[in-house]
Write a protein that binds this ligand. Structure first.
Ligand code: NIG
Ligand code: FE
Length: 416
């Protein structure tokens, strides 16, 4: 195996380099390199430029050359920065009940809701969780998603959260995509705590957080801020403890009511996700801050709710990433590309804003500086779509999937 690899000529290469990290983007702002090449060195990009020029350079480098014979568009590998793909069971019954008009409370009384998934996930073995998480991650990979954030949050006890996070870590070792784990022990109050939120969160921060560090399971802490889960008052001390220990913070914010995004800004979170209920006030708070706003169109489609006000967030100057929220309850579809395209049509997003939301800005939402653009020094994670026009990807609303996916300098998926 040679150390250098060169691929091209690529009809259009969308590098996302020089794309502003915040604010609205016009398609004209995107840098498109025609007849491009990507020169890789091991798992990184060594250079991006005109294929013919790179080819001349490779004579001295003795590179393995992958010469393309059809039209292709190259994009950075997509990053799904918010998922819950480690779970057991199905919530098809919830979905049917919700669509036929049953309320959240009625569904919970019938044994549905997040707690049903907690019960099923607690019953599952580590091996079963690894198996189903692997399957879902590989499904995402075929759509060009080379980095996937995965939350715990269906364990809700020290031992069960550890089981989930160990499963995620083990899955990451076995698959091609990179999994970025997040501890969502603050998803809801477990039933056995008699309404004592503080007791539960204190136990988690004192007993679980140190193990997350020693086992290297995650450096990210998330919580669901909502009346049905945890209030801002419950969460401030929890997040402060996490920050003091060096964890990054991310928040399930403003899904049904506001307050989560304000907490995110006040604690200096990396991202605030959902935001379907955000008003002008929250949008402006977020836009002025360094917190990345994450739209989750899959949850809007799954629940039949409003979309995240993505247009307003961008116009106010915010950074917007787009993620699938793939979970068994509110977002069972798990098709990020389709969802991002649909968000684009309803929120009037430019294709530049959509792709930045899936790549460079999604990397920011995970605090990852080694990926998200096709630039020298970044990971050689990229997709090839068999078309001659970048706009075709979004026009096909998720039906045009990559023909080739490269991850860390290796071709790891070819569409049959
Ligand atoms: O991001 N909002 C809270 N948590 C998940 C839903 C989880 C579930 O219903 O299982 C979400 O939508
Ligand atoms: Fe979520």
């Amino acid at each position: 195996m040679k150390e250098y690899k060169l691929i091209g000529p690529i009809t259009q290469l969308i590098s996302l380099s020089n794309t502003p990290v915040k604010g609205a983007l016009k398609d004209e702002d995107l840098i498109i390199i025609k007849d491009a090449g990507i020169l890789m060195h091991r798992e990184q990009i060594h250079a991006v430029g005109k294929f013919s020029e790179l080819k001349d350079k490779t004579e001295v480098l003795d590179a393995e050359i992958h010469e393309l014979k059809a039209d292709y568009v190259a994009t950075p590998g997509f990053i799904d920065c918010h998922t819950h793909i480690c779970f057991a069971g199905s919530r098809a019954r919830d979905y049917a009940m919700r669509n036929s008009g049953k309320t959240y409370l009625e569904i919970a009384k019938a044994g549905g809701g997040i707690w049903e998934t907690v019960t099923k996930t607690r019953e599952a073995t580590i091996e079963q969780l690894i198996h189903s998480t692997t399957k879902r991650a590989n499904q995402l990979l075929k759509n060009g998603i080379t980095t996937i954030e995965v939350k715990s949050g269906y364990g809700l006890s020290v031992e069960e959260e550890l089981k989930m996070l160990r499963s995620i870590k083990e899955t990451d070792l076995n698959i091609e995509a990179d999994l970025i784990a997040t501890c969502l022990a603050g998803h809801m109050l477990p039933k056995d705590y008699d309404g004592n939120h503080t007791k539960y969160l204190t136990e988690i921060s004192e007993q679980l957080f140190p193990i997350l560090k020693t086992e290297g399971l995650t450096n990210r802490i998330d919580a669901f801020i909502e009346q049905s889960a945890f209030t801002a008052e419950h969460i401030y001390p929890y997040f402060h403890k996490a920050k003091d220990m060096g964890f990054d913070i991310t928040v399930h914010a403003d899904q049904f009511s506001t307050s989560g995004s304000e907490v995110a800004v006040n604690v200096g979170a990396i991202s605030a996700d959902h935001l379907e209920a955000s008003t002008e006030r929250e949008i402006n708070l977020l836009a002025k801050s360094d917190v990345v706003s994450v739209a989750l169109p899959g949850a809007s489609i799954g629940l039949g709710c409003a979309f995240t006000p993505a247009r307003k967030i961008l116009d106010a100057g915010g950074a917007l990433a787009i993620a699938s929220d793939w979970n068994p309850g509110s977002a069972p579809m798990g098709d990020l590309l389709t969802q991002a395209c649909i968000l684009g049509t309803f929120e009037k997003l430019s294709n530049a804003e959509i792709i930045a939301g899936l790549t460079s800005r999604a990397a920011m939402a995970l605090n990852l500086t080694d990926r998200g653009t096709l630039t020298s020094g970044k990971l050689a994670d990229f997709n090839l779509f068999q078309t001659n026009d970048f706009n075709e990807i979004w026009y096909h609303q998720g039906k045009l999937t990559p023909s080739h996916v490269w991850k860390r300098g290796d071709l790891i998926y070819t569409k049959q």
